[in-house]
Design a protein around this ligand. Structure first.
Ligand SMILES: [Zn+2]
Length: 241
């Protein structure tokens, strides 16, 4: 289980691939395919696949581990498929954000430094639209005012293989009543974050991505995550904590 794994060093290939994927996704709104990677940094298929596998272990992205073409589902903060959040850079559609939490670091990516990023999403219970705009991690506006993020998986179940299910479980809700309705819909309890709490909880990766070429692998550590959320004033009772 890839939780609390021992620290490891990225390979040179993984470091170069990570940087390229960030640059390519910021510029084009999608990830590079094997040929794009080969042209840009010279990696072979085997080298790219191996590097992506390492990047998944260090919680940088989610790939189909068995894919011959290194199918990348997520490369945080981005996703390759229609998620619950559309990201608009300076009012133009850019890409799908990985999830509600990944909107926090998104606007901190260096190429967006001078842009406003608007995230269009919906209340997960009733699909009514919600949105907020940020610039370099600072909130500029939000609608509705009481917008919350609902997390309906436990950190004890995060990153068992990858982050697919945890990202899917991080959704916007209009308020606590809508969160409760969503909980009944999916038969699960959850934990609520304000945008401000979420920015502290999840925004920190935005201070490293692309900014620090050598930023080390991340580790999924349930107890640290839960204690961190509790320290922000989040009610973590539904994480049995
Ligand atoms: Zn709702």
């Amino acid at each position: 289980m890839p939780q609390d794994i021992a620290p490891f060093e990225w390979s040179d290939d993984a470091l170069r691939l990570r940087q390229l994927v960030y640059e390519h996704w910021c510029e084009h709104g999608r990830g590079p395919n094997l040929r794009d990677v080969h042209e840009a940094i010279g990696l072979t298929r085997r080298q790219t696949v191996q590097a992506y596998r390492q990047l998944q272990l260090g919680i940088c992205g989610c790939i189909d581990l068995f894919s011959q073409n290194a199918s990348v589902y997520r490369f945080m903060p981005f996703a390759s498929f229609p998620t619950q959040v559309k990201a608009y850079v300076d009012d133009t559609f850019h890409s799908f954000a990985g999830c509600a939490m990944e909107t926090m670091p998104f606007s901190k990516m260096p190429p967006f430094a001078d842009s406003t990023v608007t995230f269009e999403s919906y209340c997960s219970c009733c699909l009514e639209p919600v949105r907020f705009t940020a610039k370099a991690g600072q909130f500029l506006s939000r609608e509705p005012d009481g917008l919350l993020i609902h997390v309906s998986t436990s950190p004890w179940d995060w990153q068992l293989i990858d982050t697919m299910y945890q990202c899917d479980s991080m959704n916007f809700v209009i308020d606590a009543d809508h969160a409760e309705r969503y909980e009944r819909e999916i038969g699960r309890r959850g934990v609520l974050f304000t945008l401000e709490q979420a920015m502290v909880f999840a925004g920190g990766s935005g201070d490293r991505r692309m900014w620090n070429f050598h930023a080390p692998p991340e580790t999924s550590s349930p107890e640290k995550v839960i204690n961190g959320a509790r320290g922000l004033g989040v009610d973590v009772a539904n994480w049995d904590a």
